[in-house]
Design a protein around this ligand. Structure first.
Ligand code: NAP
Length: 303
């Protein structure tokens, strides 16, 4: 039997924080969890967008919806958002690191990091570190990666694309970084005896704002045409959200797995464990990325 939203266990009494909750997969993930009674923190780049998401979801939600400003392109904003959650809620059951940007022309975050590395990886890395104590004892962290992770390489000699920036290579790097963080965090949790689980997921190809935003930023008519031709390969945002919902809520979701759609090429379909990107298994790469990320966040926040 395929796993669907109907299989999400009762979420009453549980609290989830979802980044990028105002659009695409994040919005559908928030909807599904709120329908099952979860209190959902809608963490969005601006309070206005979070309020819009709340207005859109209100009719469907059984659980409380809490708007939160959290701009992943600004580590100070990430820190403020995390403090607010700690002060106001005190605990979390689910952290779903979902927000992302795809292949824009080279831009920098507030702290001067390349935007995809900053939003997709570093902001989520910092957020996870700051919220981890709230997830004890039984919480889960879900890292939304991509099939692009299979093509990724961590360019330690030019992480920020300063010498050479290829927008797609930077996207693949950031999505491999999500997968690496999922595995490395799980290993570190196990070493400390924590029962928090860290699990990776990807949506296959889902119709969201990701592709139109990317096309608009790059102004590429060729890419716009390619997406039109590829449209039959895509599934809805609600279907695309299922693997991350499975990772977040299914009793038998396993850490160290990479959940994605179970159809051909893992592009669409119901959730299933997919092949792990071999580069994510390399222990030296994982430890090095962790160290570098800690340094970058520490330098940016002066800690
Ligand atoms: N759709 C796919 O086919 C696909 C495939 C593989 C992986 N993914 C991954 O799925 C995740 C969700 O993407 P999606 O497809 O749902 O795309 P989407 O509809 O464009 O949603 C992306 C979300 O990320 C948010 N975001 C971007 N920059 C942010 C920032 N600086 N601070 C906070 N939030 C920010 C966006 O906010 P704004 O609305 O304010 O821009 C939006 O809420 C991403 O991590 C993406 O890499 C998607």
């Amino acid at each position: 039997m395929p796993w669907t939203c109907a299989d999400i266990p009762d979420q009453r009494g549980r609290t989830a924080l979802i980044t990028g909750a105002n659009s695409g997969l994040g919005l559908e993930t928030a909807r599904a969890l709120a329908q099952r009674g979860a209190r959902v923190v809608l963490a969005c780049r601006s309070l206005e967008r979070a309020e819009q998401a709340r207005a859109e979801l209100q009719a469907d939600a059984c659980g409380e919806l809490i708007p939160l400003e959290l701009d992943l392109a600004d580590l100070q904003s990430v820190q403020r958002g995390a403090h607010q959650v700690a002060d106001q809620l005190g605990r979390l059951d689910l952290l779903i690191n979902n927000a992302g940007v795809m292949a824009p022309p080279r831009q920098l975050s507030a702290q001067g990091h390349e935007l995809q590395f900053a939003v997709n990886h570093l902001g989520h890395f910092a957020l996870t570190q700051q919220l981890l104590p709230l997830l004890e004892p039984e919480g889960r962290v879900v890292h939304v990666s991509s099939g692009a992770a299979y093509f990724g390489r961590i360019a330690f000699d030019d992480l920020q694309g300063e010498r050479r920036y290829d927008a797609w290579a930077a996207y693949a790097q950031s999505k491999l970084a999500n997968l690496i963080t999922a595995l490395e965090l799980q290993e570190r949790l196990e070493v400390t005896g924590s029962s928090v689980r860290s699990i990776a997921a990807h949506p296959g190809l889902a119709r969201t704002n990701l592709q139109p935003t990317s096309v608009a930023a790059r102004g590429s008519r060729l890419e716009a045409l390619a997406y039109r031709l590829m449209d039959p390969l895509f599934q809805s945002a609600a279907m695309g959200a299922l693997p991350q919902l499975y990772a977040a809520t299914a009793a038998d979701a396993q850490p160290n797995a990479f959940y994605g759609p179970g159809g051909p090429g893992n592009l669409k379909g119901y959730p299933k464990a997919c092949r792990m990107a071999p580069a994510a298994r390399d222990a030296a790469t994982r430890q090095r990325l962790w160290r570098v990320s800690e340094e970058l966040v520490g330098n940016a926040l002066g800690s």
